[in-house]
Design a protein around this ligand. Structure first.
Ligand SMILES: [Zn+2]
Ligand SMILES: [Zn+2]
Length: 353
């Protein structure tokens, strides 16, 4: 008699890290059946994220690892135990989930929880099938409603990261002026999240690439300019006051200095991006101190932010699907990495095949 599907391994193609080439190679792999509290998914789509590229570029990703965490999948089989999902359900789920009960979680620093960085995907999102661990299944997995596209749903995780930073900026004025440094997919996602949560606000986007400036304006930026024109754009839009918040999606000390100069007294710079390894910041302290400026860091996102983003996505208030510039099959994953590296693509969505 044939065994039920959940007790068999599944053969799938995965894009695994080829560390010596700073790239990935597509190989077959056997994906184990789900155990207690686990779910095995078939890949529907997974976004290629700047963090994935960072890990490849900087040799942080170990040989043979499978990256990918902006995932939409279909439940293929469920393990034993109490699980509130059925075979065939379309779901989103993050790979990092806090425990919810440790000292850091209880103080609101859930993305710094000691178990948060544990990868709950076996092996990862760039795989035709994967097993999702119990903590992610029980605490973080969500059904995707019928009306929501796969493309939009893949942004649940990254948009939650953006929302966490936007919360930290504490934009309490009526018509906040925000600056977003960088119009890559994360920069433009900042623009869209800001437009969704503070529709009265004005957003200035700064990026050297003219095409991206145009996209930013199409997506609702008040103005999008090259870095040389940023100071005067901030001056004009804020009527000489300076920006309430600057969101740095590019990273690095030089940009931080510029970002601080763009803020109004009492304004904030939100650090959203990696700097180079070992890089230190160097800016004048008194203008920060005497003007009550703030520099805050934000890392990843939590279930709480994911819940609020899910609402915005499900209601259609937030629709990041225009950011998907390319949809490529998993077999062309190495090409996807190259395109993202050369900044020829905004967001690449990887699908099976
Ligand atoms: Zn990501
Ligand atoms: Zn914790």
């Amino acid at each position: 008699m044939a065994k039920p599907p959940s007790s068999r391994s599944l053969s799938a193609r995965v894009a695994e890290v080829d560390a010596s080439q700073h790239s990935v190679r597509v190989v077959p792999r056997s994906i184990r059946p789900p155990e207690d509290g686990e779910i095995r998914l078939r890949l529907i789509a997974c976004g290629l994220c700047g963090t994935d590229l960072f890990k490849l570029d900087n040799g942080v990703a170990p040989e043979g690892a499978v990256l990918g965490h902006e995932l939409v999948g279909e439940v293929e089989s469920v393990g034993p135990g109490e699980i509130h999902f059925d075979v065939g359900d379309r779901v989103v789920v993050p790979h990092h989930v806090a425990c919810g009960v440790c000292a850091l979680c209880l103080r609101g620093s859930r993305t710094l929880c000691p178990v948060f960085k544990e990868n709950l995907f076996d092996p990862g999102g760039f795989s035709e099938a994967l097993v999702v661990g119990p903590r992610a299944v029980h605490r973080a997995m969500r059904h995707v409603p019928d009306g929501l596209s796969d493309a939009a749903a893949t942004f649940l995780e990254p948009a939650a990261c953006v929302l966490r930073g936007v919360d930290k900026a504490d934009l309490t004025t009526d018509r906040p002026v925000s600056v977003v440094l960088g119009a890559g997919s994360m920069g433009l996602l900042h623009l869209l999240v800001l437009r969704a949560v503070a529709p009265e606000g004005l957003v200035i986007v700064v990026d050297p690439i003219a095409d991206r400036q145009r996209i930013a304006e199409t997506l609702g930026a008040q103005v999008a300019v090259a870095p040389e024109a940023a100071a005067s754009a901030v001056h004009d839009v804020s009527r000489g006051l300076g920006a309430d918040a600057v969101f740095d999606t590019v990273g690095g000390a030089a940009l931080l200095r510029h970002a601080l100069q763009m803020t109004r007294p009492g304004g904030v710079v939100v650090l959203f991006a990696h700097a180079a390894d070992g890089e230190t910041a160097d800016f004048e302290l008194n203008p920060l101190f005497k003007n009550e400026r703030r520099v805050v860091a934000t890392y990843s996102g939590t279930l709480e932010e994911q819940g609020r983003i899910a609402e915005l996505l499900f209601r259609g208030t937030l629709d990041p699907s225009p950011l998907v510039s390319h949809t490529l099959p998993l077999s062309r994953m190495a090409e996807a990495v190259e395109m993202a590296r050369r900044r020829e693509a905004l967001k690449i969505m990887v699908v099976p095949g």
